[in-house]
Design a protein around this ligand. Sequence first.
Ligand code: NAP
Length: 492
Amino acid sequence: MLQNRTDEFMTSRVIPVSSFDLVIFGATGDLARRKILPGLFHRFTVGQMPEGGRIIGSARSELSVDEYRQTIRDALSEFAPEAANKPQQVREFLDRLDYISVDAAGETGWDTLAAALRPDVVRAFYLSVGPSLFGPISRQLRNHGIAAKDSRVVVEKPFGHDLQTARALNAELRECFEEHQIYRIDHYLGKETVQNLMALRFANALFEPLWNSQHIDHVQITVAENLGVAGRGEYYDESGAMRDMVQNHLMQLLCLTAMEPPSRFEPGSVRDEKLKVIRALDPVSSSDLVRGQYRAGGDQGSYVDQAGNPDSSTESFVAMKVHVSNWRWAGTPFYLRTGKRLRERLSEIAIIFRDPPHSIFPKMQSRRGNALIIRLQPDEGITLRMTIKDPGPGGMRLTEVPLDMTFAEALGEGAKSPDAYERLIMDVIRGDQTLFMRGDEVEAAWEWADPIITGWEEQRQKPSRYDAGSSGPEDALMLMHRDGRRWREIGD
Ligand code: NAP
């Protein structure tokens, strides 16, 4: 263990890189066109892609380099609006692109790829393909001598369907790569506000003394989407909200909120602390769990229509009460909820503080109390809800005001948050694993999530229905009401 940590620290120092070869497998796919290449283009335009940085797209399709460049030119027009005003930079960026056709599951193309890569530059392999190809691609990279000792491999979600499959994926990757070479993406960790949560907690003396059950009544973590599953119903129906969102994204947000201060901001320390949180989670009892599925609404069909499965009992909504069983959090529940076709698209972490121990003012009870809201989307920012005196005559009346810091307003142009993907890809190139999930973290998260999912499956539990455009099923409101609390409004 000590050995691993030392290795990890040694190899994950942030090193300025002047040259790299980034190979994207699945380079013609949706993720590559919508996120990865537009993210890299933005980095290029702000001068943060070194001269020697080269991108090699790869997929089975037989395309010439020019045809691939045209594909990406079209993708930039669609997904990188800034490209329209920067024709020269688009041309220069496209000049950095190469394309090599490789069948990841077969033998063709590997020798050409091996010959195209430069010696002595950082090599990164982004596996933007289904997880069934992680093992075959890794083995081909090793067998053809393409992956060097300091090469990096990036893998996308979903990382497993349950603990067993996550372990199998880890084993396949570790056959060919060391842990310090493996970058498991959770793009939530690349969001600027999520990193700001760490800055807020550990770079200010203000909050950390209050960051415990003595002062915090409860925490609410919400990831609400207004869209349904149309277009990806088949994939989603096999997964559901628990696997697609809770086990990974919400879990990561919970970890960063609940973790102890790491000794340093470096991968080993941060990831050790996150792992301790997951291991401290109590099993969730069925009475603290709510599953939901949306009905038809507006001009859109119900979940089962969009998933194309009339008998589906997959959940499009989950809410739960979670306890972190340790000294800091005993007595402070964490309420998590996520769902599709809800009122608005909103992701936030809300820290709800306890009331002062004694009130010297009348009618203090009618307040909602102090809260710190960390908004991930839309409009990344932080709000602190304070109680103050209502200005003017009429005695000591209290009112609540937000101390609001929307990053775009507070920091001006400089606040334009880089997209999570571009930040994370450049971390890979620099060799910084801090914002990526370690193998043991992912497995621990599945270990916690699996019994919840199998419990639902064994009981053949049907999800509660909820109206499209609402805040979710009634049972989710009850989960809070029965504790004398209430959810923050989605879109409040
Ligand atoms: P996609 O649109 O279906 O694209 C798949 C890509 O893989 C294509 O470029 C395809 O090109 C290539 N491919 C498939 N089989 C191959 C093979 N045997 N050898 C070489 N290339 C092969 O998928 P995607 O939406 O981009 O998603 C890619 C991965 O990212 C998936 O694991 C997905 O779960 C994950 N992900 C996607 C998103 C998203 O927003 N799209 C978000 C998070 C995670 P050819 O057919 O030409 O080979």
